[in-house]
Write a protein that binds this ligand. Structure first.
Ligand code: COA
Length: 142
């Protein structure tokens, strides 16, 4: 089941988020961010356990996919695919979707390419020695 997060999910989201950013909890104060109209978090729940989440911002028609993490025990089961699908479903056809990903994260890049994202910019040595790719979803809605 995919749904919006609520207060009781925050600890689990911080736990999953720390797989992506060491100090996730300090960077993303969900209590505060979710009171703002532009920040959204979708989570994927299986038998009461949140196994993955996706966060994004939407301001006017600019959407940024901020974070996407799936519990290692639940990967390769289309959890991320379904989360991205759910996000796209609630967006407007004219929305432009962007994201940033490490150039070394080939798994995520492959996932994003399946959704029609293409690299539009490289931020050199953005993560230490690693470059970051900025990607935009160029696929048009049918
Ligand atoms: C990247 C991540 C979100 C993918 O989640 P997932 O639920 O396992 O992804 P899905 O099952 O929906 O996979 C969809 C596609 O992504 C690609 N992919 C995902 N994991 C992959 C892997 N380990 N190896 C190769 N391709 C992979 C494949 O193209 C896959 O399609 P396929 O299974 O038909 O081959 C997950 O591995 C993760 O949480 N990684 C750590 C955090 C991270 O890097 N997040 C992205 C930051 S921008």
């Amino acid at each position: 089941m995919i749904r919006q997060v609520n207060d009781s999910d925050f600890l689990r989201i911080y736990e999953l988020g720390s797989m992506l950013h060491e100090n996730y909890k300090n960077v993303y104060n969900l209590t505060d961010l979710l009171t703002r109209g532009y920040f959204h978090v979708l989570c994927y729940e299986i038998n009461g356990l949140v196994v993955g989440f996706l966060s994004y911002t939407k301001l006017d028609h600019m959407v940024d996919l901020v974070d996407l993490v799936v519990d290692p025990n639940y990967r390769r089961q289309k959890v991320a695919t379904n989360l991205i699908d759910s996000m796209i479903t609630v967006l407007d056809p004219e929305d432009k979707i962007y994201l940033e990903v490490s150039s070394q994260n080939t798994n995520a890049i492959s996932l994003y390419q399946k959704f029609g994202f293409e690299k539009i910019h490289t931020r050199e040595k953005y993560y230490g020695e690693e470059d970051a790719f900025v990607m935009e979803r160029v696929t048009f809605y049918e």
